[in-house]
Design a protein around this ligand. Sequence first.
Ligand SMILES: NC(=O)c1ccc[n+]([C@@H]2O[C@H](COP(=O)([O-])OP(=O)(O)OC[C@H]3O[C@@H](n4cnc5c(N)ncnc54)[C@H](O)[C@@H]3O)[C@@H](O)[C@H]2O)c1
Length: 250
Amino acid sequence: MNKKLADKVAIVTGAMRGIGEAIALKLAREGAKVVVTDIDKEECEKVVEEIKQAGGDCFSLKLDVTNREDWEEAVRTVKERFGRIDILVNNAGIADVEELGDCSKIDKILDVNLKGTMLGYNVILPVMIDQKYGKVVNISSIAAMVSWSKIPTYSASKGGIIGLTKCYVGSLGQHNINVNAVAPGAIETKMLDDLLKKLGMSRELIIQAIPKGRIGEPKDIANAVAFLVSDEADYITGQVIVVDGGYTSM
Ligand SMILES: NC(=O)c1ccc[n+]([C@@H]2O[C@H](COP(=O)([O-])OP(=O)(O)OC[C@H]3O[C@@H](n4cnc5c(N)ncnc54)[C@H](O)[C@@H]3O)[C@@H](O)[C@H]2O)c1
């Protein structure tokens, strides 16, 4: 049976663990050649090994999304190894708790979550325009849509990602490029664990507010991303797909 991403080349940022890792593994299972990137290349190797053991084609790269030179180097290397870039998943992100009046974390969070995605756009979209093909998925968050007063910069950065997702859609359609966002709810990763500890919140409290009665798993997000970057989603662009077990519908 034909795999739905056969021969496509995908770059996933922040892919050494958590949601990014699940996305890299899923895209590889669907037949894509995957470039597993993160700030720590060594940590990406276990993901690369898992993909290779399952018969996939992939390699890892150090890509700090805040560093334009890393992005440019990534384009050179991926084009050399795989010849093209069909899919970009802007997944890398950080989160932290802030009190009103504390401005010490603003630059860092905006740098990774928002500037990182914008740099990716500026470096990768021209490649996709030349190819007349591209699928981009940006990982936002339901934090952009609800009132969580302890993570203001994170929420703003994820709202910014929704703005970015929509901004180029009008001009990219003619180049056969789709850009969408996925907005996860609470997903079981190190980021969630760290945040819950800092907030002194229990998982039970969150689960009570989720109609599906469970915290999400990274694969819940990976499944949505794999659909959006496939040609089955060719007529979907400029959209934000919420994957939150129903949390925001309550
Ligand atoms: N876990 C959740 O509940 C949740 C909910 C909504 C959205 N998200 C978003 O999903 C994405 C993945 O988060 P996660 O939960 O897997 O978190 P995580 O902390 O497990 O993984 C984040 C990854 O991003 C990488 N990263 C951090 N800074 C980077 C940089 N400058 N350059 C490249 N990579 C960098 C980290 O090394 C890590 O591998 C993030 O954008 C996050 O905001 C997560």
